[in-house]
Design a protein around this ligand. Sequence first.
Ligand SMILES: [Zn+2]
Length: 128
Amino acid sequence: MENKNIYDKIFEKRCAVCGQKYMADVYDQGECSNCGWYNGKMYSEFPDNVIFSNLISLNKAKQLYSDGKPLKPDLDDFLEAFEFYGETGFEYNNVGFSMFRNGESGIEFSWGPEPNGTIYFKNKEDFV
Ligand SMILES: [Zn+2]
């Protein structure tokens, strides 16, 4: 590797979840290609909080990883992320889904591109 990019060295960090190397930017942020965890300083500072771009907390991710499970949020994690941001989204079978607050407690749930659609829910309980 004669012409190794200098950024490879400077920004090569260890994933907080699985310990594999990932490429980080100046804020230590970067997605781990091994486990899918999105690394960053703030995730390590608040390991029990769900912080964008991750949909689960760092401690939960570590637990799932040591159990050999994929780093996927369960419904509670998903709703926690939603409560925090007021919007969230995910992708399933190449269809993008997004949730937005609609009024006081309503939820607008959309998907697309094709076929696309939107469902409105009265509140969180209605959605679940
Ligand atoms: Zn990782």
